[in-house]
Design a protein around this ligand. Structure first.
Ligand code: FEO
Ligand code: CA
Ligand code: CA
Ligand code: CA
Length: 592
């Protein structure tokens, strides 16, 4: 194993076991401490969290809901910037008195939800114990919400399809939401990926007669998951038909200046962006790998025209505005071809409804349909390993794939448990339009032949997992995978968690369980500090998913009666999505 020869080591921790209960579990010899909970203070003037007196104004000064992506940008040995996405809100356990109602449906509750979405940028400091704490006086601290002004840039900025009554120039958008995973660029900015934006719009009755009825359908809008459109016209497609085209982008945030305007980089396409992880190519160009998380949607990459300049941060400011977006076509022979989404090439012409590059980008999905890209099993996080040049694609599940739709990288019908595909760019060049693919692991229980899982036989009864969602590569170049089984975790019999994943040598395809979440949560955001001694984890939506299946509880959680009150376990305190920091009790490097 070249990695181990280069100084890596087999994952050294003792594995924990599958299971489900009210709290989290980590491998023995490790600490798992709560760093930040929903409602925690971010500023000197942040009000103390009181779940019974929530307002939008207090929430704007506090850590938001449902932490997903975590990025770590070191400032000094013991100071760093933490960037955290707040993907969505779970009103049933967030607000009292909803009695299981699906929506928070009042002006006040909607405004709290809008303030709880978005992102947090906050400075953290480490003390002699090796543990981190929030510095509420950090100069970079900020909250980004659904009301934060943002600039559109790139080919779709100013396009007719992004103009609205409030923004007739099509250049300025208020806010971001459903930010799932993301990325940190080599120049230290924070990328927030806008995922299920469709769910935030109302107006199903108006969808048929909408000027872009087909486009709405392709993106599943309006989803009507939230009541926002009842109180804010821009979220009602009958009143503001183009607002929906201003979401589904990747947002870049300059964390150095908390007053900076975040930028929606339209050159990177519009779809249900799961994440946006970058790698610097050998020639200095920056490559961003991205999944569109929907059943039968696609895998993308963006290659910048310009080169990253490590000596001049400002020179990289608009790198993500100019480059080539392409979509993956997988061959049964193990090949991958990246097809450029460039106006005027192939079918991407005016005759087919694309009058310019802005159209190609606003309708990225339809453009990819025309190019014949490979329909994947919900592409989630995609991570390049800078030590090996390999790229790992989390394909989480696809219950709707039919037997006749099975192919090499999507090998199972009714795929409940997902798989991880490994890409090897041709000649080690991430800018190449050619790569090869290989299966790393087909997930689910390998002891049940009906599941069709494929793991290294060294994998124990706790080492296998289901529905890979996020992943990260540690400073030694080893892969770690977190899972999100949704409400179907009873099918695997274990709560979600984090597994270390062998990718090379005799143990390739072996998982090892490191961390487990409390009932009803998923695990997001695995992110290592660059020194390898802290691992930050995002425990998202504790108490919500699939609690009907929890023996002894067997009902949907509410604020008054949640399946767990993790992490505070205090009467009257609801469950709180939280960032957990993992350290080793001997202060060593994690997993080594
Ligand atoms: Fe927000 Fe694709 O998970
Ligand atoms: Ca995700
Ligand atoms: Ca990742
Ligand atoms: Ca998820």
């Amino acid at each position: 194993n070249p990695l181990r020869a280069a100084g890596g080591a087999a994952f050294s921790f003792d594995e924990i076991s599958h299971g489900v209960d009210e709290t989290h579990h980590v491998a023995p010899g490790y600490n798992a401490d709560i760093l930040l909970r929903w409602g925690d203070a971010l500023f000197p003037d942040s009000p103390a969290f009181d779940p019974m007196t929530q307002t939008a104004a207090t929430q704007e000064r506090q850590f938001g809901y449902n932490n997903d992506f975590i990025g770590v940008i070191p400032l000094a040995a013991d100071r760093a910037v933490l960037c955290v996405n707040h993907e969505y809100t779970s009103p049933e356990v967030m607000f009292p008195g909803l009695n299981g109602a699906e929506m928070a449906d009042s002006a006040d509750l909607v405004d709290i939800e809008m303030a709880a979405h978005g992102g947090t940028v906050v400075e953290i400091t480490r003390d002699g114990s090796g543990k981190w704490a929030v510095d509420t006086n950090g100069a970079r601290n900020r909250r980004i919400t659904v009301n934060t002004p943002m600039r559109l840039s790139g080919p779709a900025a100013g396009h007719d399809r992004v103009k609205t009554k409030a923004d007739p120039d099509g250049m300025t958008v208020l806010g971001t939401f459903n930010n799932c995973a993301g990325g940190i660029t080599p120049w230290g900015t924070y990328l927030m990926a806008e995922e299920n934006f469709n769910g935030y719009f109302l107006g199903k009755d108006a969808a048929e007669s909408h000027p872009e009825a087909d486009a709405l359908k392709r993106y599943g809008a309006p989803g009507e998951w939230y009541a926002w459109g009842k109180y804010h016209d821009r979220f009602d497609i009958a009143k503001e038909p183009n607002e929906v085209n201003r979401f589904g982008w990747v947002v870049e945030v300059d964390v150095e200046d908390p007053a900076s305007t975040p930028v929606k980089r339209t050159a990177m396409g519009r779809f249900k962006h799961e994440g946006a992880e970058t790698i610097v190519n050998g020639d200095g160009r920056v490559v961003v790998y991205m999944g569109d998380d929907q059943r039968f949607d696609y895998l993308y990459k963006f290659v910048t025209d310009g080169k990253y300049d490590p000596a001049n941060r400002a020179a990289n400011k608009d790198l993500l505005d100019h480059g080539t977006l392409s979509v993956a076509k997988f061959g049964e022979d193990g090949s991958v071809t990246w097809l450029p989404l460039t106006h005027g090439t192939g079918p991407l012409t005016a005759e087919n409804g694309f009058k310019d590059q802005g159209d190609v980008l606003i309708s990225t999905r339809q453009a990819s349909d025309l190019l014949g890209a490979t329909k994947m099993d919900r592409p989630e996080d995609v991570q390049a390993n800078p030590k090996t040049g390999k790229v790992y694609v989390m394909l989480t599940n696809n219950s709707k794939r039919k037997p006749e739709q099975v192919d090499g990288p999507n090998p199972r019908a009714e795929n409940t448990f997902g798989q991880i595909v490994e890409l090897t760019p041709e000649g080690g060049d991430h800018g190449s339009d050619k790569a090869t693919w290989d299966m790393l692991v087909v997930c689910g229980d390998p002891s049940n032949p009906d599941v069709g899982a494929k793991w290294n036989t060294a994998t124990t009864e706790n080492g296998w997992f289901a529905s890979p969602d996020n992943c990260t590569v540690d400073p030694s170049g080893r892969l770690w995978v977190s899972t999100d089984q949704g409400s179907s975790w009873a099918k695997s019999g274990t709560a979600d968690g984090l597994w270390a994943m062998e990718t090379d040598g005799d143990l390739r395809g072996t998982g090892k369980m490191f961390f487990r979440v409390p009932i009803g949560a998923e695990l997001c955001g695995p992110a290592f500090h660059e020194d390898g001694t802290t691992l930050f984890l995002a425990v998202q939506h504790p108490a919500t998913d699939g609690t009907k299946n929890y023996p002894g509880f067997e009902r949907n959680s509410t604020f008054e009666d949640p399946a767990t009150r993790w992490p505070d376990f205090k009467d009257g305190m609801p469950p709180r999505p939280s960032v957990v920091m993992i350290t080793r009790q001997d202060k060593g490097k994690i997993g080594v």
